[in-house]
Write a protein that binds this ligand. Structure first.
Ligand code: PLP
Ligand code: COI
Length: 339
């Protein structure tokens, strides 16, 4: 076991034992190699550096009660990366190669998977980028696929502690026919300035409205928007410019399984006052309750006196229990890492 103070983990880069790298050249992917040195040479004219031909994914591995390690929904991340790759004309990573890469690197770094009782996980970050030289704007002929891992705790300190969100006027996350539905690196560069403004206003998280009408809720900077209505319905935006969250998909499947009505529809920002529970959901943030929304100088209070509401709390507990292997994985979401 690595010598780590598991209780102090946040969501920060930490060097672990190894990462895995594959290279695509002459129309084919090569073999994966486990490497230790986190610095890699890159061509000065790589398309990733100049034109943002780059994408990433995020998924997690959890210690199971019997000592195994389970990776959550890796097939879904593989599909989403393939979809992103296609949108920005990168070589697709075959699902089987994605799976092999994730399982190999987790296995090689198993001493960095936080013990179950710490509540932490091993964050897995697949990265795909154009590594071949091009100075005209066109797709690279060479690609690099890397998977790195690091132990993490809470993305926002305090776990299920609610946070205050804000809408920063004058910034859109994604255009209706743009690239908001895929996980390209540039989306996150574009989010840095509004996110810094949100933090300056005392809000760790910012919410984006749709770019066309500035009326409907899209999503948060690094997570989807979910809410519970007064009649107990689970609602989440339907929009062409949001990232299809695998956490949200899992929560929706679980909510339906529990008999909760699930609606994916356009959500007018004016509806916010009618929700009894609101949260951000995603791999990194899991479920982070939002209890206040600051917008146009006003603070709107939401939900249950600063705690996570009962429906989202129950869904959170259930997803966490599946991930950590303490309840039956009825949907077959975990892939066990075998030696
Ligand atoms: N929305 C955005 C913009 C994200 O970056 C993420 C994180 O991946 C999510 C939503 C949540 O997606 P997932 O649940 O698959 O992690
Ligand atoms: C994740 O939740 O895995 C993400 O990719 C969000 C991230 C930008 C930290």
């Amino acid at each position: 076991m690595a010598n780590i103070d598991w209780s102090s983990l946040g969501f920060c880069y930490m060097q672990t034992k190894s990462f895995i790298r594959y290279t695509y050249k002459d129309g084919a992917w090569g073999e994966g190699e486990l490497l230790q040195d986190p610095y890699i040479p890159i061509h000065i004219a790589a398309t990733a550096l100049h034109y943002g031909q780059a994408a990433f994914e995020g998924l997690k591995a959890f210690s199971q009660p019997n000592g195994d390690i389970g990776v959550f929904r890796l097939d879904e991340n593989a599909k989403r990366l393939a979809n992103t790759a296609s949108r920005v004309m990168m070589a697709e990573v075959p699902e089987e190669m994605f799976r092999e890469a994730v399982l190999k690197v987790v296995e090689d770094n198993k001493e960095f998977v936080p013990p179950a009782e710490t509540g932490g996980s091993l964050y897995i970050r697949p990265l795909l980028y154009g590594s071949g030289p091009c100075i005209g704007v066109q797709p690279s002929e060479e690609y690099t696929f890397i998977v790195l891992v690091m132990p993490v705790g809470d993305y926002y300190k305090g776990g299920l502690q609610p946070v205050r969100a804000t809408i920063i006027d004058g910034y859109d996350r994604a255009a209706p026919n743009g690239v908001g539905h895929v996980k390209v690196a540039g989306n996150y560069a574009a989010s840095l300035e509004p996110s810094a403004l949100a933090k300056k206003a005392g809000c760790p998280i910012n919410l984006y409205l749709d770019a066309k009408e500035n009326k409907y809720i899209d999503e948060f900077g690094t997570s989807n928007f979910i809410a519970i209505t007064k009649d107990g319905t689970y609602v989440t935006p339907k929009s062409t410019s949001i990232l299809p969250s695998i956490t949200n998909k899992s929560l929706m499947e679980l909510a339906s399984f529990k008999g909760i009505t699930v609606e994916q529809r356009a959500i007018d920002i004016a509806e916010i006052k009618d929700f009894t529970e609101i949260a951000a959901c995603g791999t990194a943030v899991v479920i982070t309750p939002v209890n206040e929304l600051l917008w146009k100088g006003c603070v709107k209070k939401i939900g249950f006196d600063g705690s996570c509401g009962p429906i989202l709390q129950d869904l959170y507990n259930h997803v966490k229990a599946i991930q950590s292997g303490t309840t039956e994985d009825v949907f077959g979401w975990n892939t066990l890492v075998k030696e």
